[in-house]
Ligand binder design. Structure first.
Ligand SMILES: Cc1cc2nc3c(=O)[nH]c(=O)nc-3n(C[C@H](O)[C@H](O)[C@H](O)COP(=O)(O)O)c2cc1C
Length: 384
């Protein structure tokens, strides 16, 4: 865990990563606030080797939630350079996660992507509850892009099928965002192709029912994600680290993909293609709905799949999700051939966890995985 982690041009002092975690503290334009910068600096001072930022949207129409970071144009230079300097001053590395939200996005009532702008469909309080029948109608009146016009079971949003022009624009935007992150001093980028956001939906037979060259067979469903990665590689040059976060499978407990989502064999094949397309490392996660709130039962969620990828592929494998126990991490890192582990909630609970472990107090993380942190902006820990 405390061995250096080398990814392309970046070398971190340890192989402990803070997994991408949206603090929901950015301004409505996506700029980091002082509070957000302070949280990341606290983490860096707490000894973590690398921080992956919360997701940052690469185009304005791809904003996944209120308070998310943005990197969709050239106006972010000053704020991000300052953030990177603060993190680097504690000898930590920082990687920016890039996302296009799609139909999993949480839209505020006044989001311009709603096509119905009056309050006709809102309830008495002016609030539109997604569960209500009325909002179902509103939910299909939205300018959101998806692989196909399939209702999202979680948000009820019905996206518009992406045109080839949309896809070219979004792939270009991933590349441009990565080039910006590189020029601001970030140590790498992570393309978010997991958790049911747009790229993950393209891979999934449940969301992607297209009959053109971007749908159907796995090679077609993977085409758009691979285009985003190769375009990003083209724009940042050959050495800059590009991680890709993927689902091991789309539905936990369904590794074969029998329920229609991506299965583990398919995911492993996609990861091999991602390596050819220019990915520097794979970050293994899983499930459409990310993980907050899930019971951990002392077990890392995706360690077995991570070990499989480490055996089958030549690029570094990061495994995210459920790590709490020092000895268990050390054992998996020694036996599974994985390059690094990433934790989200343990660092919310204890920003200085890495320093505590390094100092010899190897008691497990105090995080109980209750998921309270995901319920509010500022990611408060229920234990503090
Ligand atoms: C508050 C919160 C925000 C998160 N935001 C992101 C995000 O922006 N991008 C992402 O890929 N995963 C996000 N995740 C998921 C984590 O990166 C991670 O995959 C998940 O929490 C499991 O890891 P853990 O058991 O160490 O918490 C978030 C998780 C939490 C709790």
């Amino acid at each position: 865990m405390f061995d250096p982690l080398v990814l392309g041009t970046s070398s971190a002092k340890s192989s402990i990563i803070r997994a991408a975690t949206a603090e929901s503290l950015a301004t409505s334009a996506g700029k980091p606030t002082q509070e957000l910068v302070g949280k990341l600096e606290e983490l860096a001072a707490g000894g973590v080797g690398t921080i992956i930022t919360g997701y940052a949207y690469v185009t304005q129409d791809g904003k996944p939630s209120e308070g998310a970071l943005g990197i969709y144009d050239d106006s972010f230079s000053q704020e991000y350079r300052a953030l990177v300097n603060r993190v680097h001053s504690h000898d930590a590395r920082i990687i920016m996660q890039l996302v296009y939200g799609g139909s999993k996005s949480k839209l505020a009532d006044d989001d311009p992507r709603w096509l119905v702008s009056d309050n006709a469909l809102a309830d008495d309080s002016g609030h539109v509850a997604l569960e209500a029948g009325l909002s179902q109608r509103k939910a299909s009146n939205v300018r959101i892009i998806g692989p196909s016009a399939v209702e999202n079971p979680r948000t009820h949003l019905v996206p518009m099928e992406a045109t080839h022009g949309d896809m070219a624009r979004i792939a270009q935007a991933f590349g441009a965002a990565a080039a910006r992150a590189k020029s601001y001093g970030f140590d790498g980028v992570e393309i978010h192709a997991a958790h049911g956001y747009l790229l993950s939906q393209f891979l999934s037979g449940s969301f992607n029912v297209r009959d053109d060259r971007y749908g159907g067979a796995l090679a077609n469903r993977a085409r758009f994600v691979l285009e985003c990665v190769s375009e990003t590689r083209r724009q940042v040059g050959s050495e800059f680290p590009i991680l890709v976060k993927v689902n091991s499978c789309d539905v936990l407990g369904d590794p074969k993909g029998d329920l229609g989502g991506l299965g583990e064999d398919e995911s492993a094949q996609v990861c091999a293609w991602l390596a050819e397309a220019g990915a520097s490392a794979i970050d293994v996660s899983g499930d459409w709905h990310a993980v907050p709130g899930r019971e951990v039962a002392g077990k890392p969620f995706f360690a077995a799949f991570g070990a499989r990828l480490a055996r089958e592929l030549a690029l570094p494998i990061v495994v995210t999700g459920g790590w709490r126990d020092f000895a268990l991490i050390e054992r998996h890192m020694a036996e599974d051939g994985i390059a690094a582990i990433a934790m989200s909630r343990p660092f919310i609970c204890e920003p200085d966890l890495a320093n505590r472990w390094l100092a010899g107090d190897t008691a497990p993380s105090k995080c109980t995985s209750c998921g309270y942190c995901a319920s509010k902006p500022g990611i408060p820990c229920a234990q503090q």
